[in-house]
Design a protein around this ligand. Structure first.
Ligand SMILES: [Zn+2]
Length: 683
């Protein structure tokens, strides 16, 4: 049509912000397809270059080879996630298999691997000089090729491809059977008295859930986790028992038996690990993270588990007392836990209705989230009404350095919309990189309740924590200072990436800051001292139960993935016994506190990407609690402390071994005692 697709070149708008107001879905599609072609051609040129491998003709060229594809994909993905129209979804579906094949072809290309190895050999022989970031990038790329099985002979390589594609299909099967099983495990109630305790809205939900399936009465649908939020409200003990029993029994036999899929997955993973030179799957996964070895993972879990068991025991005694007041002869059961824990919490907790008028979105963002970042890093935020974000509802802020110089753009799309995915997340539209002279453009997308007419948007306390958390990821992107854009910001291992965002949550709890951002939207009054104290005290509530159920699930994940093929069960009848034995061995088997996910509905490890890596949340939390302690030692929200954290951690992104940047920051190994103290666990 004469005009060139604007995604073929960096955008001329400030900070290379894509011209969202004028981009069409077919331009995203075309730029992705052309971008793949361009990258294939560029990689062929790198491989066929007759000159010896240099940083310039190999590392730089490889980094730049995907420029158009990355530009198109980064620009498109965020729109798709925040506003998934049918047209966009169709393009995503069309592109997904093409992209998977495109990247597979790169990572299985022996010639490209050989070129990188040649560069390493030349650097080792002193024929080519690499700086620290070049060297880390090179070594890490070579390692990624090796992790993907590049060095295997043809036969095993063929088997590896088979295993990969079978595993991909099995994971999809797992998710499908899991979802069907969850639906069919919903609890059908015919007598309204059995729903005593539910409010009108919850009952209406249960009623319409039943109607949707052509049933009379009510239907209690299940969530993913073992414990069900509805248990907190159900006065009827037998209903509680039925709900938790249905939850625990998912996947174990019946019409939605998922056990064979579990066995098929774990056996294939074990076989693949052997092919790749690892004793088991968990070893292969840990090697790619900060933990490095499964010994480090089990050390950490072993440090946390006993205290969690003990604290959960104390919590159980308190709950038993509440139960005994209702029924002197009853013994506490797993299905009573949520119910009495909620009663106990209500005694101490802040009433959410009382809190809400103080949590106005705009004020929390500017006087809380932004103010903390200004206090720590000196950066400032300036609304750019002239720039259009990835949805018309998004707001664009220019972020400036302390000296007023440009730092990047931050775009926030706060409110829920029917075309938006659930949850909250950060993405990067433009990655920072000195090589490309690009400054970061990062986003936070959330699902907060939109404002009613003539009223400001008011948040819950959970929303406030989410906002600080996601902005912690955004800071990782914004404060990035690396050479290669592919190493910027959050391009770090899974067991590290949640650490900066979790640390940033600490400022939500900062007393001085709470007084500043939590003000009544009508009167401007700050929260009362009493409410602030109660709020801060609520932080460690229920830590025994919460830690134990999560650590049990982490141990279960490790057990399935540290067993070799001879140790894994072959018969579906042995799945439950394997689970029980693993929990007993680790000293966490408990009828009162089952794992947060049992084997047969553990979607993180059998349906998605967290196999043998569920521990990563805890690993990141150890770093988080230690860094929080460090900030407290430095006097809290202080510029000097912010500068150190920015220079050694946030700024380094994935351009360095993460635990090396930790050591440069902390001058010591991570200390788990800070986490234990935070959770009130014995040391
Ligand atoms: Zn996060």
């Amino acid at each position: 049509m004469g005009t060139m697709n604007p995604l073929f070149k960096p955008s001329p708008l400030p900070y290379q912000l894509p011209d969202y107001a004028n981009l069409t879905v077919s331009q995203f599609r075309e730029a992705s397809l052309t971008g793949m072609e361009e990258q294939r051609a560029a990689i062929e040129a790198i491989i066929k270059d007759a000159a010896p491998a240099t940083a310039e003709n190999t590392l730089t060229a490889l980094e730049l080879s995907g420029a158009t594809l990355t530009r198109a994909q980064n620009a498109f993905w965020v729109v798709l996630a925040a506003d998934a129209t049918e047209e966009r979804r169709a393009v995503e579906e069309e592109l997904a298999p093409l992209l998977a094949a495109h990247y597979d072809a790169i990572w299985l290309d022996d010639r490209l691997y050989a070129r990188l190895v040649q560069l390493r050999d030349r650097a080792d022989a002193g024929e080519e000089t690499l700086d620290e970031e070049d060297r880390f990038n090179l070594d890490d790329l070579i390692q990624q090729f090796e992790r993907s099985g590049i060095h295997l002979a043809d036969g095993p390589k063929q088997r590896l491809r088979e295993l990969n594609s079978e595993l991909a299909a099995l994971q999809v099967d797992f998710e499908r059977v899991l979802l069907d099983g969850r639906n069919s495990a919903a609890v059908h109630i015919r007598d309204e008295a059995e729903l005593d305790g539910l409010n009108a809205a919850a009952k209406a939900n249960a009623k319409s859930a039943a109607e949707d399936r052509g049933l009379d009465g009510w239907l209690i649908e299940l969530t993913n986790t073992t414990n069900q939020p509805i248990l907190a409200d159900l006065n009827h003990r037998e209903t509680r028992r039925r709900v938790l029993t249905a939850s625990l029994g998912r996947g174990l036999g019946g019409g939605h038996d998922i056990r064979q899929i579990v066995l098929d997955i774990v056996h294939r993973r074990a076989e693949r690990a052997k092919l790749l030179g690892h004793p088991h799957h968990a070893s292969w996964v840990a090697a790619d993270g900060c933990a490095r070895t499964t010994e480090a993972v089990s050390d950490l879990l072993g440090r946390v588990a006993p205290g969690a068991v003990e604290l959960a025991g104390h919590e159980a005694e308190q709950l038993q007392q509440l139960l005994s007041a209702d029924d002197p002869t009853a013994r506490l059961e797993a299905w009573d836990w949520e119910f009495y824990a909620a009663k106990l919490a209500a005694k101490n907790a802040v009433d959410p209705v009382e809190l809400r008028p103080y949590l106005e979105f705009d004020r929390v963002l500017t006087e809380g989230v932004f103010a903390a970042a200004t206090g720590l890093y000196g950066i400032t935020f300036h609304r750019r009404e002239d720039l259009v974000g990835y949805t018309p509802d998004a707001r664009v802020y220019e972020v400036r350095q302390e000296d007023g110089g440009p730092l990047g753009l931050f775009i926030v799309d706060p409110f829920t919309r029917s075309t938006k995915r659930g949850g909250a997340w950060m993405t990067s539209i433009i990655d920072q990189g000195r090589l490309t002279a690009s400054l970061p453009v990062v986003t936070n997308t959330c699902n907060f309740t939109p404002p009613a007419e003539d009223a400001p948007a008011l948040l819950t306390w959970d929303n406030v924590i989410t906002l600080f958390h996601e902005f912690g990821h955004a800071l990782h992107g914004l404060l990035s200072n690396v050479k290669y854009p592919s190493r910027a910001g959050t391009s770090v291992p899974r067991d590290f990436v949640e650490f900066p965002s979790q640390v940033n949550e600490m400022w939500a709890w900062d007393e001085a800051l709470i007084r500043r951002y939590a003000r009544h939207h009508e009167t401007g009054e700050p929260l009362s001292e009493d409410l602030i104290t109660k709020l801060r005290a609520s932080r460690s509530e229920g830590a025994g139960f919460g830690t134990l159920e999560v650590v049990s699930a982490m141990l279960l994940d490790q057990a399935w993935h540290t067993a070799d093929e001879t140790e894994l069960p072959n018969d579906v009848a042995e799945v439950e016994a394997f689970e029980r034995a693993a929990l007993e061995r680790a000293g966490v088997a408990s009828d009162l506190v089952p794992p947060r996910y049992r084997t047969c509905y553990f979607s993180h490890i059998f349906g998605s990407q967290y196999s043998a890596a569920y521990y990563g949340y805890l690993w990141a939390e150890v770093l988080d609690a230690d860094a929080v302690a460090w900030f407290e030692e430095q006097g809290g929200l202080q510029r000097a402390a912010g500068d150190t954290f920015r220079r050694e951690l946030l700024g380094r992104g994935g351009s360095i071994e993460p635990m090396t940047s930790w050591a440069n920051f902390r001058q010591a190994d991570p200390d788990v005692t800070h986490l234990l103290r935070r959770k009130g666990l014995g040391q």
